[in-house]
Structures are given as structure tokens and as C-alpha cells.
Design a protein around this ligand. Structure first.
Ligand SMILES: Cc1ncc(COP(=O)(O)O)c(C=O)c1O
Length: 391
């Protein structure tokens, strides 16, 4: 009997999903396991999608996405990051951040090539590399005092003649860690020295609490790279505009890679949904006030959760500067999946297990603090009690 190809058989399940699927079969769960808030997409974006459908955006678009959306993104990069991009050749619209990650990785790796991935990280990056039949080497971020850092010695040791790519995420899911400019320079320098593609997952760049003002993005790696560098940036509308279900993202890449990703798009998804691309344009044009309001709320949520955890026994939780996650480490915890499952069954609080995030993740749990207070407050209270009971 024909079997599933072993190369895909070996791609692991997402353990966040595994936990979520148990939770979805239960009533009354306070859901903090996915990377999204329970707030709906703002109305002005929904209205823009309806208008777009009425205006005829129901047909195929270019493989690289609507030129008007690419121009709007290039304008945004100029305004927010002081980076000049050619919308026609350096930006590809994708059907989500994960699709940008997938097609970007696909353009960099051949079977048996090796990819370096900084972890703990959202598991999809490693899994996309495995779907390309590459070998993944995960390099954990060590915690140095109260800040995560990059272990450059471990990176150097992990390089082999087959290494082709390095993937990092800043702001990080799950750590909330944000790469400093000197860390970005060092990553770029490392990638140049070893002839590697550098893929930066920047989907959380607008969710930043340490800029001069709320709404200032984390400086992109594109500020340091030249347009000839082997650099790609993965991005998405999901997080900044509460559009997780819409599936619109983008990839910024060197021209040759952007052209190849555009061509491959045809065979993967062809393009992101036409009316969703149009609505994304409206999100870029009109979304700033709503985004800043969301950031104010998220920052307060972060501080609420940090305070709730500060006194909990055996818990270490650095204060993150970006994204919307806390990743507390719990002394003596060796089975974070079991912990999250018991927490779910006994208290109806759904968190993501640290083990889902690869090397360096076991022993921690991930809390997504993007939910409304009416969910977050009781969830933190129950978690705190659970931790104090020594369960
Ligand atoms: C680090 C990171 N990158 C990319 C994505 C992809 O987002 P989407 O596929 O919804 O655009 C996520 C979603 O959780 C993420 O956490």
C-alpha cells in the first residue's frame, strides 16, 4: 500500500495545536494558548473588505499581490523604518506570515541543507525547513541576568559546509525578546561571513513597548542590510491589525529571491485573497490610532501578568519589550505539556507548553496576554493559585 512520504511523515505536529485541540473539546476555557486576542478585526477593516468585494476585488490578482498594496507597504517602510524598497521587485504579498516563512525558506534550502534557528521560537519556522527536507539545528537563547541574548559561540560551532540559512524572530514569540542593533549587526555579519541567508521574522515589529513612543516599530534588519544582502524579512497583518483569520502577509527579499518566491506562489496559493489584500491596504492607511490604543492595552496587560507572576514560587519571568507573550520558567518543571494539560483540566486555563517552542523551551509555559481583561484576570488568578498549590 502506498504510504505517506517519509520526508513529510517526519515533520512534527505543533504541540500548541495539540493542547488547543484538547481545549477546543472543553467548555468554559480561558484561552491564552494561541497568538491572538479575542477582539474582532476592527470594523473599518471589515467594511473595507465588503467595499472591495462590491468593487469587484473577487478575481485573481498578481502572484506578488496587488501593486497598490505593495506600494503602500513600501511607503510604510519609508515612513516607519526609513528604508527604501522597490515595491515592484522587493516585496511579495503572501497569504499570511507563515506562507511568507514557508516560501522564503523554500527559496533558500535544498534537501539535506542545514538551517540554524534561534529558539525558543514559534515552531513553524523549523517545521517549514523540515518540509523542505532540510536539517534544523536549534540554538537556544541563553538568559543572561534578566535579558535573553544570542549564543554566538554556539552559532559558530553549529556551522557546517551544508549550512545555508539562519532564522531568528524579533520581537520573539515566545520570549518577547527584541534584538538590539548590535545583535542585529552581529547576526548580519555572521551571515555574511558564512555565506548564509538571514531570515528575520519581524511579524511583531509594531508590538513594541520600549520605543520612544508607543507605535514606534522595532528597527528592522533592513535598516542595516544593503539590497544585495541575502536577507529576507517575513511579515504579516495578523498581529498588528487583529487579522489572524484573513491570511495576508508579506515577504521582503533580495530581487532574485522575491522573483522566485513570486513564481512559487503560483503553485502554492497563487496569491492572497483579493478583497483581503484591499482591506489590508485600508489597515495600513487608517490603522495607526487603533494600533496605538491596542498597544496601550497590551502594555497594561503585560504589566498585569508580570505583577501576578512576580510573587509566584519558583517562577522566573523576564520583562519582555515586544510581542504579546510571557514565557515564565518554572523551577523543576520537566514536562510543560503535562503541566499545561493538568492546568487546563483542573482550572480551565489554556496555555501553550514551552516544549512546543524547541530547544530551550522545556521548563517554561507561554501566556499570550492579548486577551481582554475579563479573560486575562481570572486566568492569571487561577494560574497563580495553581502555582502556589505546588501542583
Ligand atoms: C513568530 C511568528 N511568525 C509568523 C507568524 C504567522 O502569522 P500569520 O501566519 O497569522 O500571518 C506567527 C503567528 O503566530 C508568529 O508567532
Amino acid at each position: 500500500m502506498p504510504t505517506i512520504a517519509p520526508s513529510v511523515e517526519n515533520v512534527p505536529h505543533s504541540r500548541i495545536r495539540e493542547l488547543a485541540e484538547i481545549a477546543m473539546g472543553m467548555d468554559g476555557v480561558l484561552r491564552l494558548y494561541f497568538g491572538e486576542s479575542n477582539l474582532p478585526t476592527p470594523d473599518y477593516i471589515k467594511q473595507a473588505a465588503i467595499r472591495a468585494m462590491q468593487d469587484g476585488y473577487t478575481f485573481y490578482t498578481e502572484n506578488a499581490g496587488l501593486p497598490s498594496l505593495r506600494r503602500a507597504l513600501a511607503d510604510n517602510y519609508r515612513r516607519l523604518q526609513n528604508v527604501d524598497l522597490d515595491p515592484a521587485s522587493e516585496i511579495v504579498i503572501t497569504a499570511s506570515g507563515v506562507q511568507a516563512l514557508n516560501v522564503g525558506i523554500r527559496c533558500t534550502l535544498d534537501p539535506s541543507d542545514e538551517a540554524l534557528v534561534l529558539t525558543p521560537a514559534w515552531p513553524n519556522g523549523s517545521s517549514c525547513a523540515m518540509m523542505a527536507n532540510a536539517v534544523v539545528r536549534q540554538i537556544p537563547h541563553p538568559l543572561c541576568g534578566d535579558r535573553y541574548v544570542i549564543d554566538f559561540d554556539a552559532l559558530e560551532r553549529a556551522v557546517t559546509p551544508r549550512t545555508r540559512m539562519l532564522l531568528y524572530t524579533s520581537p520573539s514569540n515566545p520570549l518577547g525578546w527584541v534584538a538590539t542593533e548590535s545583535e542585529q549587526r552581529a547576526l548580519l555579519d555572521f551571515a555574511r561571513r558564512h555565506d548564509l541567508w538571514l531570515i528575520a521574522d519581524e511579524v511583531y515589529d509594531r508590538l513594541y513597548y520600549a520605543g520612544a513612543a508607543l507605535g514606534d516599530p522595532v528597527p528592522s534588519i533592513l535598516r542595516l542590510a544593503t539590497r544585495d544582502d541575502a536577507v529576507m524579512v517575513v511579515h504579516s497583518f495578523s498581529k498588528s491589525y487583529c487579522m489572524t483569520g484573513w491570511r495576508v502577509g508579506w515577504l521582503v527579499a533580495r530581487r532574485d529571491a522575491a522573483a522566485k518566491a513570486t513564481q512559487l506562489n503560483e503553485f502554492i496559493i497563487s496569491h492572497a485573497p483579493s478583497f483581503a489584500q484591499k482591506a489590508a491596504e485600508t489597515a495600513l492607511a487608517d490603522g495607526e490610532p487603533e494600533l496605538v490604543r491596542m498597544l496601550e492595552r497590551l502594555k497594561e496587560n503585560r504589566d498585569l501578568c508580570l505583577n501576578a507572576l512576580r510573587g509566584a514560587p519558583g517562577v522566573t519571568v523576564p520583562k519582555p519589550d515586544g510581542a504579546f507573550y510571557l514565557f515564565p520558567r518554572i523551577d523543576g518543571l520537566t514536562d510543560s505539556f503535562g503541566f499545561c494539560r493538568r492546568l487546563l483540566e483542573e482550572t480551565r486555563v489554556g496555555l501553550a507548553p514551552g516544549v512546543a517552542f524547541g530547544a530551550g523551551g522545556e521548563g517554561s509555559i507561554r501566556i499570550c496576554y492579548a486577551a481582554e481583561r475579563s479573560i486575562l484576570e481570572p486566568a492569571m488568578e487561577r494560574l497563580n493559585q495553581y502555582l502556589r498549590s505546588g501542583s
